[in-house]
Design a protein around this ligand. Structure first.
Ligand SMILES: *[C@@H]1O[C@H](CO)[C@@H](O)[C@H](O)[C@H]1NC(C)=O
Ligand SMILES: *[C@@H]1O[C@H](CO)[C@@H](O)[C@H](O)[C@H]1NC(C)=O
Ligand SMILES: *[C@@H]1O[C@H](CO)[C@@H](O)[C@H](O)[C@H]1NC(C)=O
Ligand SMILES: *[C@@H]1O[C@H](CO)[C@@H](O)[C@H](O)[C@H]1NC(C)=O
Ligand SMILES: *[C@@H]1O[C@H](CO)[C@@H](O)[C@H](O)[C@H]1NC(C)=O
Ligand SMILES: *[C@@H]1O[C@H](CO)[C@@H](O)[C@H](O)[C@H]1NC(C)=O
Ligand SMILES: *[C@@H]1O[C@H](CO)[C@@H](O)[C@H](O)[C@H]1NC(C)=O
Ligand SMILES: *[C@@H]1O[C@H](CO)[C@@H](O)[C@H](O)[C@H]1NC(C)=O
Ligand SMILES: *[C@@H]1O[C@H](CO)[C@@H](O)[C@H](O)[C@H]1NC(C)=O
Length: 435
């Protein structure tokens, strides 16, 4: 934890005792985690809050971003330096499909060259190997992931593993093939098979592996399967079974619909309905936690961005957002049928020194976390990408694209914008630490 961050906490803590004794959540959490009511508990019974950043590894090359600029150790070191205790690593099912088919494309050399072309790929591969001399061009993607996970463990950073896409490229858009069960790239069997493999692998090899996000940002699509909560129930519970069989200690995080912007039917215990005129017509299911083997592992996740450049007052912002699923953490709301822990698994905005103060999003998000005491995962650590393919943009593929939302700068060796950090990330940390 940086001195600057410590200063922030002391400055913003309303409780004098914070000066005398360190808050209990400063201790390294002990795995496994479980849930009790609205809380995630560590193995000592202390409440754990995710204070995480996203580190994507789901794009074309299918290894965590940034290794052409820096070593794994130096990237991982930023996470505790920023005052964070965990990371959301995102992967593509395609990576696991390649494991099952024993594909020769899994080597670093093939992964990089297939994605970037022979000319630029050779340069970038050389940079990755220069920065990370423990690898060779024959090192496989999974071996890279294992090295990342080991270094995270060396730093006591908790790993949350997120299935972000099926086909490996930037997420997310309507009809991009990755959005809904049965869509062009989203093969449900391969997704579940992938979870069986990777959650077992993580359990056996990644010491700080704690939790999974079953699927990122489910959304409308022209898939053959109807987009409804009944279909959600069928597939999400099947994937949860697969994870729990392979890694019984892992928390299982469930995302909602419409790009994971709402999940209230689950805490409200609503009937999960099919769609008239489709294969799920008249079908219903109930998500009753006590019926599942993984009853004490369920966490809900929700995303919140500021695409509308909100100027809502925080009371309105919070009341509107509450209805999207925060009933889960409010046992005294009579509409809440089941309580669950919640995590804001994506939030973020451009790190340019002024945006944090241009809309009310940042302030209201901080208030939300303070009021409801839920963990969060900032989008994102990356200062740049190996490449990014984004359907609909011209050109759709850009190599070496800068990520202006990233905590790190383009070369992954410095912070992008200390002013934004002080006013957003640091205050979100304080919102949990000072409670
Ligand atoms: C390996 O990648 C190349 C280039 O993308 C592709 O044409 C080929 O089908 C892949 N091979 C396998 C076994 O997946
Ligand atoms: C709809 O799905 C089909 C097949 O899954 C795909 O080929 C087509 O491009 C999709 N349409 C749109 C608008 O994305
Ligand atoms: C499912 O249908 C029932 C009966 O119409 C309704 O009360 C319930 O709210 C619906 N569930 C959802 C998630 O909309
Ligand atoms: C769904 O229920 C309605 C009303 O009971 C009925 O008319 C219809 O045939 C049912 N549809 C299917 C596919 O079972
Ligand atoms: C929880 O629900 C109760 C009852 O609806 C409500 O009065 C209270 O404001 C809610 N708490 C929060 C923090 O929203
Ligand atoms: C930061 O980004 C916002 C939104 O794009 C823009 O309005 C603002 O001018 C930017 N600030 C700076 C200093 O560039
Ligand atoms: C921007 O900062 C000023 C000064 O602290 C504050 O008065 C104003 O409310 C902030 N604006 C927003 C949208 O947060
Ligand atoms: C290859 O890299 C160069 C220099 O970074 C860049 O200008 C060019 O666009 C890249 N080629 C492709 C196909 O993206
Ligand atoms: C990133 O920050 C480091 C440390 O301040 C600096 O040396 C480097 O030049 C920066 N990179 C860019 C692209 O600004």
């Amino acid at each position: 934890m940086s001195l600057k961050h410590l200063f922030e906490i002391l400055l913003f803590s309303p409780f004098a005792h914070a000066l005398a004794s360190p808050p209990p959540n400063r201790r390294t959490p002990i795995l496994p985690f479980s849930t009790k009511g609205r809380d995630i508990l560590d193995s000592n019974g202390d409440i754990f809050h995710f204070k995480a950043t996203n580190w994507p590894g789901h794009q074309e090359i299918m290894i965590p971003e940034g290794l052409q600029h820096a070593s794994i150790a130096s990237i991982v070191a930023w996470i505790p330096e920023l005052g964070l205790n965990s990371v959301r690593l995102t992967y593509a099912t395609e990576m696991i499909d390649d494991v099952y088919s024993n594909s020769p494309n899994q080597t670093l050399e093939k992964s990089v060259l297939n994605a970037l072309g022979a000319e630029n790929g050779t340069v970038v591969l050389g940079q990755i190997l220069d920065n990370n001399p423990e690898f060779t061009k024959e090192t496989t993607r999974l071996e890279v992931w294992d090295a990342v996970a080991q270094e995270l463990a060396n730093r006591n950073i908790i790993i949350h593993l997120d299935n972000h896409v099926s086909k490996a490229f930037w997420c997310c858009a309507d009809n991009d093939g990755n959005g809904w069960f049965g869509e062009r790239f989203f093969d449900v069997e391969k997704w579940i098979r992938g979870w069986s493999f990777i959650s077992g692998h993580a359990k056996d090899n990644w010491p700080t592996f704690a939790s999974v996000g079953l699927r990122n940002e489910l959304r409308a699509s022209n898939a053959s399967e109807p987009v409804d909560w009944y279909t959600w129930y069928v597939h999400m519970t099947a994937a949860a079974d697969a994870v729990h069989d392979a890694a019984p200690d892992a928390l299982i995080v469930f995302s909602g619909l419409s790009y994971d912007t709402y999940i209230d039917p689950i805490p409200l215990g609503k009937s999960l309905n099919g769609t008239a005129g489709t294969a799920t017509a008249n079908k219903t299911a109930l998500f009753v936690p006590s019926e599942f083997a993984w009853a004490e592992k369920i966490v809900l996740e929700i995303h919140k961005y500021d695409f509308e450049a909100t100027q809502k007052s925080c009371s309105v912002f919070k009341a509107d957002w509450y209805k999207q699923g925060f009933q889960a953490v409010n046992a005294s709301d009579p509409a809440t049928k089941y309580t669950f822990p919640m995590v804001i698994s994506e939030w973020g905005f451009i790190q340019n020194g002024t945006y944090w103060n241009q809309t009310t999003y940042n302030t209201c998000l901080i208030e939300m976390v303070r009021d409801y005491q839920v963990g969060w995962m900032h989008w994102e650590l990356s200062g740049s990408f190996y490449l990014q393919t984004r359907p609909g943009r011209v050109p759709s593929t850009i190599q070496g694209l800068e990520e202006f939302w990233g905590l790190l700068n383009y070369t992954w060796d410095g912070l992008r914008d200390p002013v934004t950090l002080e006013n957003s990330l640091n205050k979100l940390i304080a919102a949990l630490d000072s409670s």
